[in-house]
Design a binder for this molecule. Structure first.
Ligand code: ARG
Length: 459
């Protein structure tokens, strides 16, 4: 397909140059946004008298035809074109001849491409927000079913203190809610239209930038034309939030993978979300969780790509910026793909409550409660800590647990121990007395669930 910028050139572009220079293979996905942006631009040119009203209407209606034809498959995008902007304008011109050539008045591909990416990302960000909300609501459902499912909580991957599965799952809900709010926030900053920035220095035509911004659902035009065409902060911001989403999913996946192992056996994934081995008949592998964990690397890579592309660029547009799209689209697509597989995997997993409870009974995870018991008998915490440590050492020596130690043995490390210690170290009590805000007690968990629900439904 011929270039739009002939005139100054005497030779056709070398095929290698065209292939290297072309971005249509990855910017063709912006066809709808490109056409809608052009319709708004043409409408504005007509409204401002830069072209005649009838001309702008004709251009807009032919652009709508092009949009419908591409959507229906009647019009195929020419992959030899330089980019989607060139293709649409070229096709319009082939239909309207000299009228089509008026569309690019008071516009540059620099403001056009910046507009298209913003429009695509607005749409994609909304989709990801909805997918994250869906995941949060699935987690809340699972949490509601597991408010009394006691499991060990860990630090350093060593059994630490008793919690419930609900409490654990809600921790992820709060991470994801922060991601949703970060995306919302990034969307607000992205919601300004670069259209009318021209190549870099605005235009002498009497255009109305507020009108195009308004027609396209932006809060207003970007405030500075140089910034309007040079800014890709919004791509970097979204890629960075998406990287954080992947950090959260990846940490969760790591736990899913551990929990599926025979060493833990806290959960079992549904057959539809697991895979087998080609040689070991007994295997049921958590491949989806592993892939999500692995794909986090791609998204971090996309963020690094964007940061590196932008860091040395003088104002305003530089062709390096064409590389932004593959990176940000890959980040968006990867996160969507991961959420698509991850959410139903969580929704369908079975929780092996007895195994969680059995694991919680080992590892002395009620030792802090035992020390707190001595504090309630008047011992300073540091002394209580030491006495309990000695009781644990005794258990390890005898192969017993804090529950099975005799009162005499307890008294041998501290005379303040009485029979009621057994009540104080009862796991159920240890968990359900942790009523501090944000804790694992049923009441605290219910408050957290309430807050999460309010947060999702109010946004
Ligand atoms: N395909 C180009 C991109 O994605 C469009 C902008 C071209 N602008 C230019 N001055 N060559 O960045």
């Amino acid at each position: 397909m011929a270039q739009l910028w002939k005139g100054r050139f005497k030779k056709e572009l070398a095929k290698e140059t065209n292939d290297f220079n072309s971005s249509i293979s990855f910017d063709c996905r912006m066809f709808e946004e490109d056409i809608k942006g052009s319709i708004a631009h043409a409408t504005m040119l007509g409204a401002c008298g830069v072209i005649q009203k009838e001309e702008s209407e004709k251009i807009a209606s032919e652009l709508s035809n092009i949009l419908n034809e591409i959507k229906s498959g009647e019009l195929e995008i020419d992959m030899s074109a330089e980019d989607i902007h060139t293709f649409i304008e070229g096709d319009l011109t082939s239909r309207l001849d000299s009228l089509g050539k008026k569309l690019h008045t008071a516009r540059s591909r620099n403001d056009q491409v910046a507009l298209d990416i913003r429009m695509v990302l607005k749409k994609e960000t909304d989709k990801i927000i909805n997918m994250l909300k869906k995941l949060v609501s699935v987690l809340v459902l699972k949490a509601e079913e597991n408010k009394e499912t006691i499991m060990p909580g860990y630090t350093h991957l060593q059994r630490a203190q008793p919690i419930t599965l609900a409490h654990h799952l809600l921790a992820y809900c709060f991470m994801l809610l922060r991601d949703i709010s970060r995306l919302d926030d990034a969307k607000k900053r992205m919601n300004f239209s670069p259209l009318g920035s021209g190549a870099l220095a605005g235009t002498t035509y009497p255009i109305n930038r507020d009108l195009t911004a308004d027609l396209l659902g932006f809060e207003g035009p970007c405030k500075n034309s140089l910034d309007g065409v040079s800014d890709r902060d919004f791509c970097i911001e979204i890629a960075s939030v998406l990287s954080l989403v992947m950090v959260h999913l990846s940490r969760f996946c790591e736990e899913i993978i551990l929990w599926c192992s025979w060493e833990f056996k806290f959960i079992e994934l549904d057959d539809a979300f697991s895979t087998g081995s080609s040689i070991m008949p007994q295997k049921k592998n958590p491949d989806i969780a592993e892939l999500v964990r692995g794909k986090s690397g791609r998204v971090f890579g996309d963020l690094t790509t964007l940061l590196t592309i932008m860091k040395g660029l003088p104002l305003a547009y530089n062709k390096d910026m064409q590389e932004d799209k593959e990176a940000i689209f890959d980040a968006v697509d990867t996160v969507k793909m991961c959420l698509c597989a991850f959410t139903p995997m969580i929704e369908t997993m079975s929780v092996l409550k007895e195994n969680m409870r059995a694991a919680a009974a080992k590892g002395f995870i009620n030792a802090t409660d035992c020390a707190d018991y001595l504090v309630s008998k008047g011992l300073p915490f540091r002394d209580a800590y030491k006495a309990t440590g000695e009781a644990v050492a005794l258990c390890i020596e005898n192969g017993s647990t804090l529950e099975t130690l005799s009162l005499e043995e307890y008294k041998s490390v501290c005379p303040l121990f009485e029979y009621d210690v057994f009540d104080a170290i009862n796991l159920e009590k240890c968990v359900f007395n942790r009523i501090s805000k944000g804790g694992p007690a049923i009441e605290s968990v219910e408050n957290q669930i309430k807050e999460i629900k309010e947060n999702i439904y109010n946004q």
